[in-house]
Design a protein around this ligand. Structure first.
Ligand code: WTA
Length: 652
């Protein structure tokens, strides 16, 4: 049992890891953490180089870091093939026949790939890509369900030096087009479909729709996941190829060639404060080092662990904590295709019991949905194999934390609340499970080598419990290198507030013990079910509809999703509004972006609250949806009646 103490200052419980856990953990005491942290901050190059040396390099670097803000180069002159650390090395370190991926499909079938089998599959697919003419630095889009083939596709790209860009399978054809155009992809890897909540998601069909608009794709490689009438597929001759047919024609042997440490590994699109998603670029050596080291220390991965991260490979969590970090650690992991509530809310716990999962990593939004579904689901399963729990994606509310700790962790498992971002590549702030005292709601302390701080507008560090902007003051290996094709936006977004310092875009405060409490985004980015979504993206989807003249989108607290989406819409003159129209607009946003972006509520209004100079006053709308009234200064508001009318509507 971990024991809890009452924290006199906040009234919150403080949880400390149990002795048995600490004894076997990599970091066993706070004294050890503090000593290592201090050293890592004084000499980051030495700390990170020690971690990097545990990976496979074909040529050693000459310098750990070259930093000319805001551009970092890590392990300068080093050469590696990322795939060798994730796969090949395990063929000769005793793990060849160890399960790398234990996969379960939503309908219930299961499949295990050992490291040796994974190697064979990756090599085969690398040869397929080469046969299609894909070369180093070419961009390859991956749009797949949660199957081992998604991981194989990523690793095969890395193996030949191609740059993958994975798109979450829940995104629409329109979203695919935007991303294809931005990165100018040459090939797409997809599946006939994937199962989600008992239904087939028609992935290949979405790709076909996208390719009506984007013409530069030379090959589409289709994995047959469904293989039945449920997912009818049209193959275009000369462009579309079945994965299994190609596999029969190529060798399963492939020698991994080394690439520069700064070779681009992938581009992953994420939302920012404009309507255009940002292509976050990560590079090989540094990213791998960051994900490897954080898995090792924060998830404390040991050789007999069974690890399961429930994220989708379409998000950064899936990249760092399904594909790269865990495989570089040689762990056994569970991968699941479908929804947490299919056929019911017991599915995750069935999987934990069936595969004896010991480390489990999920999102607060999922935990809240489980709480709502009822305790009988976890209570009727044997969860005693679990030893460590993690969360990511948003601040975890203390109620969800406590439920997770008691109902899932049996009060014995430490919880690591991990703060990080697509941009940071790896976890930045988190407890270390064997030593850090935790309080529900705080991500606690920075990881080794991470110089996190909270600054005020003038660049001064704020005092205890004062709010400010969360920043990172020193470069770290897994940091983004740029926004693909847009250096200016890279500098403006992250490096403009304070010279040479990375601004995360989150607000935070630190308590007297130095724990970081993240308070949420400071920009116009929503966090819906742990997924980032720009209000501007939803707004531009809405105004793309023929009846809409103008719209403003804001977030509101939501019981399960964390944040819900509220849209205020002004229609063009002469058009009648109705509930049917609101429904149509929701569907329209789903069509343009994807189901996660559908507004929860739509309010029609003859005008939006604006300043005299015509700027939409989102602050007022936010306040209005959160509290039902507007209290702050509204003297700059052009037309006060707009607010009182909206207030009336919301009351109804
Ligand atoms: C939020 C997901 C509080 C935060 C890995 C950040 C969190 C954004 C936490 C990044 C956490 C993520 N506590 N907030 N433990 N983890 N966030 O890029 O606002 O999808 O900026 O990366 O999620 O979301 P992204």
């Amino acid at each position: 049992m971990s024991h809890s103490l009452k924290n006199p200052s906040s009234g919150e419980n403080i949880f400390k890891p149990a002795k048995e856990f600490s004894k076997n953990a990599r970091i066993k005491s706070m004294a050890q953490y503090q000593r290592m942290y201090q050293e890592s901050i004084e000499k980051p190059g030495i700390f990170w180089a020690k971690e990097a040396r545990e990976l496979t390099w074909q040529k050693k670097w000459t310098k750990a870091l070259k930093w000319k803000a805001p551009y970092a180069k890590w392990f300068v002159g080093g050469k590696l093939n990322v795939c060798e650390s994730c796969v090949d090395q395990h063929l000769s370190n005793g793990r060849a026949n160890k399960a790398a991926i234990i996969w379960e499909g939503e309908p219930g079938e299961s499949r295990t790939l050992t490291y040796r089998q994974l190697h064979r599959e990756v090599c085969t697919f690398a040869n397929i890509l080469l046969a299609q003419g894909i070369q180093a630095k070419d961009r390859v889009m991956i749009y797949m369900p949660m199957t081992p083939e998604a991981v194989i596709a990523m690793l095969a790209c890395a193996r030949i030096g191609a740059v993958h860009s994975v798109i979450f399978g829940g995104f629409s054809a329109e979203s695919i087009v935007d991303r294809l155009e931005d990165c100018e992809a040459k090939a797409i890897i997809t599946s006939d479909g994937g199962y989600r909540r008992g239904k087939v998601v028609p992935l290949k069909k979405n790709v076909d729709d996208a390719l009506k608009k984007y013409k530069k794709i030379e090959s589409v490689i289709v994995h047959q996941r469904i293989g039945s009438e449920e997912a009818p597929v049209k193959m275009k001759r000369g462009r579309d190829f079945w994965w299994h047919e190609q596999a029969a024609q190529v060798s399963s042997k492939h020698e991994a060639k080394a690439f520069d440490s700064e070779h681009p590994l992938f581009i992953l699109y994420t939302s920012g404060s404009t309507g255009k998603p940002k292509g976050i670029l990560h590079t090989a050596g540094g990213y791998l080092t960051g994900t490897y080291a954080t898995c090792k220390y924060i998830f404390d991965m040991q050789d007999d662990d069974v690890y399961w991260c429930t994220a989708d490979v379409g998000w950064i969590t899936g990249h760092s904590y399904i594909t790269y970090g865990p495989l570089a650690n040689g762990v056994t992991q569970v991968m699941y295709e479908g929804a947490p509530n299919f056929p019911d809310f017991g599915r995750f716990w069935d999987l934990v019991e069936k595969y004896q999962v010991s480390i489990f990593y999920t999102a607060p939004t999922a935990i809240r949905a489980f709480i709502k579904a009822g305790d009988h689901f976890p209570e009727s399963r044997d969860l005693s194999s679990l030893r460590l729990l993690g969360t990511v994606g948003e601040p975890i509310n203390p109620e969800a934390w406590r439920w997770y700790h008691s109902k899932i962790g049996g009060e014995r498992c430490p919880i690591v609340d991990t703060w990080w971002q697509t941009e940071t590549g790896a976890i930045m702030i988190s407890p270390l499970p064997g030593c850090t005292p935790t309080t529900p709601g705080t991500a606690t302390l920075p990881f080794f080598g991470v110089d996190a701080a909270i600054l005020d507008e003038t660049g001064q560090e704020v005092g205890p419990n004062e709010g400010g902007k969360l920043v990172i003051r020193k470069p770290w290996p897994s940091m983004l290198r740029t926004i693909y094709g847009d250096k200016k936006r890279y500098r403006n977004t992250y490096w403009d507030d304070y010279p040479g310092i990375y601004t995360a875009g989150d607000g935070a405060r630190r308590d007297k013990k130095g724990n970081f409490w993240i308070t949420g985004r400071l920009d116009d980015v929503l966090n819906v079910s742990g997924h980032r979504l720009g209000t501007a993206e939803v707004e531009s989807a809405l105004v793309a509809h023929k009846v809409v003249a103008e719209s403003a989108v804001v977030g509101r607290p939501h019981e399960i999703k964390g944040q819900g989406i509220v849209a205020f819409v002004t229609v063009k003159s002469g058009i009648e509004t109705s509930d049917t129209m609101a429904k149509e607009l929701r569907e329209h946003v789903g069509h343009i972006i994807g189901a996660i972006a559908k507004p929860d509520e739509i309010y029609f209004t003859p005008a939006l609250p604006k300043t005299r100079s015509g700027k939409i006053m989102r602050r007022l709308l936010k306040e209005l949806v959160a509290s039902g009234t507007v209290s702050g200064n509204i003297t700059t508001l052009e037309d006060h009646k707009v607010i009182s009318d909206l207030q009336e509507q919301l009351r109804k």
